[in-house]
Write a protein that binds this ligand. Sequence first.
Ligand code: FAD
Length: 455
Amino acid sequence: MNTSEPSGELPSDCPLLVIGGGPAGAATAATAALAGMDVTVVDMQDFPRDKTCGDGLTPRAVHALTRLWGGDPAATSPRTGTTGVLAGRPSIRGLALHGFGGSVTTPWPDLPAFPPRGSAVPRTQLDAALLDFAADAGARVVTGWKAVDVTLTGASTAGVVESVTFRRGREERTVRCGTLVLAEGVRSGIARKLGVQWLRGMVHGIAARSYCPTPRGDDPWIHSHLELRDAEGTAQPGYGWIFPLGDATGGSDAKGVNLGCGALSTSKRPAKVNVKKLLTHYADQVRDEWELGEPEDIASALLPMGGAVTRVAGVNWAAVGDTAALVNPLNGEGIDYALESAQDLVEYLPDAARTPRGLADIWPAHLRGRYGDAFSLARRAATLLTMPGLLSAVGPLGFRGPLAPRLMGAATRLMGNLVTPEDRDLTARAWLTAGKLSVGHDRFRHPESRPLFGA
Ligand SMILES: Cc1cc2nc3c(=O)[nH]c(=O)nc-3n(C[C@H](O)[C@H](O)[C@H](O)COP(=O)(O)OP(=O)(O)OC[C@H]3O[C@@H](n4cnc5c(N)ncnc54)[C@H](O)[C@@H]3O)c2cc1C
């Protein structure tokens, strides 16, 4: 597929319509097409397109890509014959955590459910490759059309979606659809019309990324600086990252490393920081060690997190990826959840088509079951981190002393949500139990958090 030009014709009617061709939309379209469904995915931009991101892929993301690819994502897909999305990409061995006078390098944990491999791919390339995969799988891919309106049969948002109106320049077209998937990312205009509201008071992120030339672009570790200080020396609740992008042969936009930083914010303790300035300051601090050139293409964006939205589904529509706020509050990752939620949703479509309530109950129930406990706990931990002074007080305990490697090993695993209900080890059991307690606490003490995932 040539993704560099507006492509594909909008149909007037389609059984399954996906708005947004990022990881969530591309994975929905690919999975549906591979299951034999007639699916159309529409994005307002032409590909390749940029998406402000750290470009980092943890083992959870590699696992989700493996499931989508039907095998090793570094090899040609046996399902479609598409070139490996991770072919020639860096193989990241784990996390190097820095801060509070120490540095600890921790390999990815050896777990049955996740491969011990991460990677990093510029989103211009990752997203175009995923959309190509969807096209190879048989999905109709249409770019350059923006969804601007949605029509329902009933008077309220509880009705059934009938059609979506798209605009390109002055031209407008209406597409009737059987089922609608919202994969619009953070700026979810159609989702808002359907009653999906981001709960902005809850913990969320604000982050900036850049590309920096460096001779260390093939470093095998993702680097996280957990002691993130602004130019005045104030510790910020967040972290700085350096994600090596390999040997920078992937195109003009692969420039050594993706360097960025993010801060956590709540309505009680809003982040009072200019993340683009913070990024420049952070780059200055690591410049000598990394022989960094100037940060290029600096861009910032907000991250809704932890499922903090009021609704995720109606009878014949459902939200996936960032539109459903599926971002891990502890590390800002969302690509893996975008891919997972997309693939899970397609598995529910046949069942939903057989029941009068359709997706309205089963999709929120699925998201609560899959992510509710972990996201509740992660939101709670992330909210704690916004308390002034807390990080500076506990940080040194994690980085110094004989227990540091073990503590940071556990932190690497928990920050990446590399825990499944099947895990029986102590760390996993403690985390899973704490997740259940956290959800109980939400229900009892914070009724305002009940609408998460439309509960
Ligand atoms: C600074 C920053 C750093 C991050 N770093 C990481 C990281 O290192 N690793 C990680 O896993 N996650 C990271 N994330 C999160 C990650 O970028 C998102 O979770 C991920 O992009 C979600 O994918 P998505 O498909 O849901 O949405 P998107 O990738 O945003 O895709 C949405 C698509 O929908 C299209 N669209 C929107 N509205 C319309 C419309 N009305 N009509 C038609 N098309 C429309 C857009 O053009 C876009 O292509 C980061 C986020 C930020 C802001």
